[in-house]
Ligand binder design. Structure first.
Ligand code: GCB
Length: 618
């Protein structure tokens, strides 16, 4: 989150000019000495008002807003049309409406392919009661956003999947206030993801918006976990009275009470050995505890589970015990014919319920941070989670400092939002990235941040395989991950598509030996094949359910036989929208690698995977 430097904008005369709308973004300044962005934690338990609902919308496909000085199309200025005033070529009152949260693409057929800037507007109330503070919180705006309050630019943010907040306490006027948000969904050469990716670029204010009220000094967040055999809580206060405040932490069900005095920076670390009656969180028993952190006049609370996570040689240990992770990958798209972004907890639950029906204990949330509701459900439902940032494929600008700053910002925003979700076991830094020195440096910097921000989780990345010995049609082949990045990861993960993108048929998968040169746990983070639900035929015939199920059988057999893997997340749960998939009979804009289709209808591979997981001991 970057607060706009208004002096710079004003002195450049930019407020009425093009730069106000399209100035190069100042990147987040939150990285460096203090790499953590400020995000209010425990949000569901805060005094907050929803700004969800119908907002006004003006599309700006030619990006004309602010292009020339004058009020004609400065949408953020919110001018009324009058006969004797200057010409104004917009009128919010009579403009279309759009639902927030929600991608715009699935809200009207005309917007389905729209990629570009759009302006949203609604009114919000005046300032909070005396002494209180008020924050605007956006859970996600895809991709770039700029926010104006009463015509004044107040913030901008880049990145489509992580939250940002803006304090508006002193900016609100009594009565009604005009809030305008520009969301620009266009990717570019230095964005994350960059120009090439395999999912639909759903634009708009895709997740909820809140007005959060706090006392002048409040508990901004607490990071509570088991670390080094102790319950540890890092509590952070915000406000003029933060320094020297007494902080009390409680886990009532454990009879645990801790207190301490906040430092000059408003921080305090509290810790205790875990009470004997603590029950650890696991997929089999997803035990969560209510936790509160209080100061005089404010209380933060959340539901948090405790568990340990380690690696030992090639094993992954949860609560000290090795397990084979039975997973599936998914995009954040709801069930239904339109394939839009998930907006509600019910939509998230519907997908995770299918994950559980497969017998999974593990889910890969690809390829970007999913909504907070999904993570909270994973805690409750007992699913181990892989979370990742959209550092995806080869065309990311790995050498560009701005892109690196953005990757670090996204990772930090994801960690700060989700670090209390005990379901999350893996922070993944990338997916299928090229083995170049620039990319290695880029990812190493992000990994250093992750280890500083959260030492309690495992760092991974979905990597490409290297062919070690044997050609594609030479009979046997060894497909290994030898990527130099493996040195920096806790867990190595391999994406591979033998039998589909590879040149072997499923019948030849048994000629392949999979492995890694690193003495670390290895996950198979992707394999799969497209199949159209209901398209049946001989298993040799591509696009049939039989073909997909056959590829699953052969790959799962190879995984079991190799003994090389600590878990697997096939690609993927549900068919998803992808504009790069245009086979007229089978795809029509959908990637068909789901084991269920967009309506939730199960394909044969669903049962193949379910049967395999039923046979594998956890
Ligand atoms: C991959 C990517 C994934 C694609 C998938 C596919 O390797 O990681 O994002 O959707 O292949 O379907 O080809």
């Amino acid at each position: 989150m970057t607060m706009i430097d208004r002096r710079r904008l004003i002195s450049a005369g930019a407020l009425t000019g093009m730069a106000a709308a399209t100035a190069p973004l100042a990147r987040a300044q939150t990285i460096g000495a203090n790499p953590a962005p400020t995000l209010i934690g425990g949000l569901p338990n805060r005094a907050r008002r929803s700004l969800d609902g119908q907002w006004k919308l003006i599309l700006d496909p030619f990006d004309v807003s602010g292009r020339k000085p004058g009020v004609r199309r400065n949408f953020w200025e919110d001018r009324p049309t009058t006969d004797d005033g200057p010409l104004v070529e917009y009128e919010w009152e009579t403009s279309d409406e759009i639902a927030v949260p929600g991608d715009w693409n699935t809200q009207s057929p005309e917007l389905f392919h729209y990629e570009g800037p759009a302006y949203y507007r609604r009114d919000i109330d005046g300032p909070p009661a005396d002494g209180r503070r008020r924050f605007l919180v956006f859970e996600a705006v895809n991709y770039r956003s700029r926010v104006w309050l009463n015509g004044e630019p107040i913030a901008e943010h880049e990145g489509g999947f992580t939250p940002f907040e803006i304090e508006v306490t002193d900016r609100l006027r009594p009565g009604s206030n005009s809030l305008v948000v520009r969301a620009d969904s266009r990717p570019g050469p230095e964005t994350l993801p960059a120009l090439d990716f395999d999912w639909k670029n759903h634009g708009g204010i895709t997740r909820s918006v809140w007005l959060v009220d706090t006392p002048a000094t409040f508990v901004r967040d607490a990071f509570v976990r088991l670390e080094g055999g102790r319950i540890v809580a890092d509590v952070e206060l915000d406000g003029p009275g933060a320094a020297g405040s007494m902080v009390r932490l409680a886990v009532p069900e454990l009879g645990l009470r801790l207190d301490g005095v906040a430092s000059r920076e408003g921080r305090v670390r509290l810790s205790a050995s875990p009470p004997r009656r603590l029950r650890l969180w696991s997929p089999e028993a997803p035990r969560l505890y209510d936790i509160t952190a209080e100061i005089d006049g404010d209380r933060w609370s959340d539901r948090v589970g405790f568990r340990t996570l380690q690696t030992r040689g090639r094993e992954i240990l949860l609560n000290g015990r090795p397990r084979f992770l039975k997973g599936i990958a998914m995009h954040e798209e709801r069930l239904g014919a339109d394939g839009g972004r998930i907006r509600t907890e019910a939509e998230a639950r519907a997908l995770l319920t299918e994950v559980k029906a497969l017998g999974c204990d593990f889910v890969r949330l690809a390829h970007y941070p999913h909504g907070e509701a999904t993570l909270r459900l994973a805690d409750e439902m007992g699913l181990i989670v892989w979370s990742e940032i959209p550092v995806y494929w080869e065309d990311v600008a790995y050498a560009a400092p701005a892109t690196l700053a953005l990757g670090r910002q996204m990772m930090a925003e994801m960690i700060v939002r989700d670090r209390n979700r005990c379901s999350i076991a893996f922070w993944s830094v990338a997916n299928e990235t090229p083995q170049t020195p620039e990319r290695l440096g880029f990812l190493r910097t992000i990994i250093d941040d992750v280890r500083r921000l959260d030492p309690t989780r495992l760092v991974t990345a979905a990597l490409n395989k290297n062919v070690d010995v044997g050609g594609v049609r030479d009979g046997e082949a060894r497909l290994v991950v030898a990527d130099e990045l493996g040195r920096d990861l806790d867990v190595v993960a391999m994406n591979q598509y033998e039998g589909w993108h590879g040149q072997r048929t499923p019948a030849e998968i048994d000629q392949v030996t999979f492995g890694t040169t690193w003495d670390k746990p290895l996950l198979m983070s992707e394999f799969g094949a497209d199949a159209l639900h209901g398209h049946r035929g001989p298993r040799e015939s591509r696009w049939t359910e039989e073909h997909q199920a056959w590829l699953y059988e052969e790959t799962l057999k190879a995984i079991a036989a190799s003994g090389a893997f600590a878990g697997v997340t096939p690609w993927l749960l549900k068919d998803f929208r992808s504009p790069r998939r245009w086979h007229g009979r089978f795809q029509r804009g959908w990637n068909r690698k789901g084991v269920i289709d967009e309506h939730g209808r199960r394909k044969l591979a669903f049962d193949t995977l379910k049967a395999f997981y039923a046979r594998v001991a956890a």
